[in-house]
Design a protein around this ligand. Structure first.
Ligand code: NI
Length: 377
């Protein structure tokens, strides 16, 4: 395929993918569409036990590097006026994963044209379920990436214009943990609070006290977020309940800070509950660690992006999480933010991506893979 044919095709696929968003682990049409595109181009698709998502391969032998795209959409009702807006009620590619797919697909087609010159093999990892933490783990658990030396990923960012690429060494995206806390008290008549033990007062004290964790336990030079996002307690106006329940999240870049904040959340909840004569139960659901770029691949990424005429900027770290971080446990990684034109933030119902960003992003990814193979030999 010519350059022009590849980019026209990728643009068409972007629009189709945007119009047909599928949620985490339900990406069946998306997977079939990607498979058809790879097979049509003569790119082999690996035979793996993945219900959704796939890995294709270009070139032969070792070393192996990988390009990663996530493929899932969000339960957001689209509010754009795009001609290719979502055809599925309440589902939307509101995080740009359609753009990631189109760019990685175009990169694969570019690499296919230069397959004979590749100094090894490139895997194209189309990963399910980035939004519901676990998709990267699902792919890693197949064992298919065991021999991959390095994997490269991107994320669409509407804070940068098209032609801008953001990179930094160190933390780019935060670690994610979810907590749930139940405050146990003693229910009573609202008119006789002295006869019970009010868990709503405990919960209220905790919400305020928890803000001191970021303000008073973590260095002001390192970002930390502690957010209570959901509270439920009581059923009516004249009864004090037995229990108050809440959930929330913590976001950090430093793994020592992460452990400290978890310890502080638990001890504040338990200490406050005990001080009021009740008891707190804290449970954690761990999400991915922070996405961290290393000097080696960050330097290659800067050089490659500059060669592709990107304006390279120092990335502003993003407190959102990204399960790309799980790949760091098994191989080397590099992550980049790609400017997709100014729009409301990722996950907003009016979030948009300017598809003009696809060709340059595809060239960046293809060149990263090619040059990484040369450097790994
Ligand atoms: Ni995303």
């Amino acid at each position: 395929m010519t350059e022009r044919e590849i980019m026209d095709f990728a643009r068409g696929e972007f629009e189709w993918l945007h119009a047909h968003p599928e949620l985490a682990y339900e990406e069946f049409e998306t997977t079939a569409r990607l498979r058809a595109a790879f097979e049509h181009a003569g790119i082999r698709v690996l035979d793996l036990p993945l219900a959704t998502g796939l890995i294709s391969a270009i070139g032969t032998g070792k070393p192996i590097v990988a390009l990663r795209t996530d493929i899932d959409a969000l339960p957001v009702h689209e509010e754009t006026d795009l001609p290719y807006r979502s055809q599925y009620e309440g589902k939307m590619h509101a995080c740009g994963h359609d753009f990631h797919m189109a760019s990685v697909l175009a990169a694969a087609l570019l690499l296919k044209e230069r397959e004979a010159e590749l100094a090894g093999m490139v895997y194209i990892v189309c990963q399910p379920a980035e939004e519901a933490p676990g998709g990267a783990r699902t792919v890693l658990n197949t064992g298919a990436l065991a021999d991959v030396a390095a994997i490269f990923g991107i994320h669409a960012r509407p804070i940068y214009s098209v032609g801008t690429l953001g990179l930094c060494t160190g933390g780019m995206m935060a670690s994610v943990d979810k907590f749930e806390i139940t405050f146990h008290g003693v229910g009573t008549h609202a008119a006789q609070p002295d006869r019970g033990c009010d868990p709503i007062v405990m919960a209220a004290q905790f919400v305020t006290a928890a803000q001191t964790i970021a303000a008073r336990n973590i260095s002001p030079l390192r970002p930390a977020v502690v957010s209570v996002t959901h509270i439920e307690a009581g059923t009516t106006w004249n009864v004090l309940p037995e229990r108050a329940w809440m959930e929330g999240t913590i976001r950090l870049f430093d793994s020592d800070d992460r452990a400290l904040v978890k310890e502080r959340v638990a001890s504040l909840a338990e200490g406050i509950a005990a001080a009021f004569g009740g008891r707190a139960e804290v449970t954690w659901t761990a999400g991915p660690p922070a996405v961290v770029n290393t000097e080696r691949w960050n330097t290659l990424a800067r050089e490659t992006a500059a060669e592709e005429d990107f304006a390279v900027v120092d990335a502003v770290p993003w407190m959102a999480g990204e399960d790309f971080a799980y790949y760091q446990e098994a191989m080397e990684t590099c992550f980049a933010f790609v400017g997709t034109g100014l729009s409301p933030e990722n996950h907003h119902p009016k979030f948009t991506v300017d598809p003009a960003a696809i060709p340059q992003t595809a060239h960046y990814l293809a060149c990263m893979a090619e040059e990484a193979l040369r450097r790994l030999r």
